[in-house]
Ligand binder design. Structure first.
Ligand code: CA
Length: 376
């Protein structure tokens, strides 16, 4: 075969290879002048839909922001450019905590955040994000995809004209950054901490003050002393935020967020206007992004933790047993109150609780038994 002919015949294959390579983490993060799809915008046709994605994260921020960009690129690539998604970081189009209403109102077609940010709309949303002493990442995915969780989530967002889907998971988070040591439950009195969702309610019952702040404001709030403690996610993200420059102690485990699901929500009119193949692409891209983020965190947390300890002298501490016991006791009450808040929350809680109990029985003799032996 002549070279010219070969080049012509493989052009389509090369594009496909580029698209697949673009799904790889290294390709995305390094890709300087590599001939991936970012360098060759998809042709604009009459069928092209230009979608805006608003997010709760600083643009391109490691982990969460990169996850949003990855999802946008997947949809754009998989659809051959028929849906071209442009990502807006927090504050670029709307502030972080207005993403939900922006997509609801059609200012943007899709959003990337986590459901507990919108618990003021319905406390049931907490179950689709993370619940203190609740499910880890594998359990959340199992409940959402195979245990009825996603159906309930769609029902919960339907009155707001939104179609939700899982679009990332941080895995188990860290307990947060503290400017002083926590030696007993008494040290929580008056502690002013940035901690969202139900974890914040638990802290308040333990005598602390919970503050809700978007990620981009954490460092300044810590550094100025406006708050005494802050949790964000885990080492990979926390190192990038520079939180170690504002607080000395880094506590674990993240009892309040044992496997936080990130979400993508799509304006229902925009979604339903799509032909079936594009709907499938949006949904499958969400699944791929969901898996990719968990792998990203899992692959990068240990290196980031080593950097925090070895290069920045961070003091890693485990919460004392009595503090964890207090959090656990208070969490049960907070979760029960959410379940009693309204009929939908009651149904979501029932589904979530029965799945967690059942999967817990299995995990006790599978994952837990294995980890116990692997680390003893
Ligand atoms: Ca967090």
């Amino acid at each position: 075969m002549k070279r010219r002919q070969f080049v012509k015949q493989t052009a389509a294959g090369a594009l496909l290879t580029g698209a697949l390579a673009g799904c790889g983490r290294e390709q995305r993060q390094t890709a300087p002048a590599a001939p991936d799809n970012t360098a060759a915008p998809a042709p604009t046709t009459a069928e092209t839909r230009n979608w805006k994605m608003v997010t709760a994260w600083p643009k391109n921020f490691p982990g969460l922001g990169v996850g949003a960009e990855h999802l946008a690129r997947l949809i754009t690539e998989m659809s051959g450019g028929r849906i071209a998604v442009k990502v807006y970081g927090a504050g670029e189009l709307v502030p972080a905590f207005e993403a939900f209403d922006a997509v609801r109102g059609g200012v943007a077609q899709m959003g990337h955040a986590s459901a507990y940010y919108w618990q003021g709309k319905n406390p049931a949303f907490n179950f689709f994000s993370s619940v203190p002493f609740g499910m880890n990442a594998a359990e959340m995915n199992a409940w959402l995809y195979k245990g009825g969780g996603l159906e309930l989530w769609r029902e919960a967002y339907a009155p707001f004209g939104l179609v939700p889907m899982p679009a990332g998971n941080t895995g188990l988070q860290m307990g947060g950054w503290f400017n002083r040591e926590i030696n007993s439950a008494a040290d929580l009195q008056g502690l002013k901490m940035r901690i969202p969702g139900l974890g914040g309610k638990v802290l308040e019952r333990a005598g602390g003050v919970a503050v809700s702040l978007p990620g981009g404001e954490l460092f300044t709030a810590m550094q100025t002393g406006a708050i005494d403690a802050a949790e964000w996610t885990n080492p990979y993200n926390d190192l990038a935020f520079g939180l170690h420059k504002a607080a000395k102690y880094y506590y674990y485990p993240g009892w309040h967020e044992p496997g936080t699901t990130l979400e993508c929500f799509v304006n229902r009119d925009a979604f339903e206007e799509l032909p079936n193949d594009l709907r499938a692409i949006v949904l499958r891209a969400g699944e791929a992004a969901n898996q990719d983020m968990l792998a990203d965190y899992t692959a990068r947390n240990f290196g980031a933790l080593k950097t925090l300890v070895d290069e920045h002298g961070v003091g890693v501490r485990r919460f004392p047993d009595d503090v964890l016991a207090r959090f656990r006791e208070l969490s049960a009450g907070v979760v029960a109150e959410v379940a009693a808040a309204n009929p939908l929350a009651g149904r979501v809680h029932e589904s979530w609780r029965s799945f967690l109990d059942a999967v817990g029985d299995w995990n006790t003799l599978s994952e837990k038994a294995y980890f116990d032996i692997r680390y003893n």
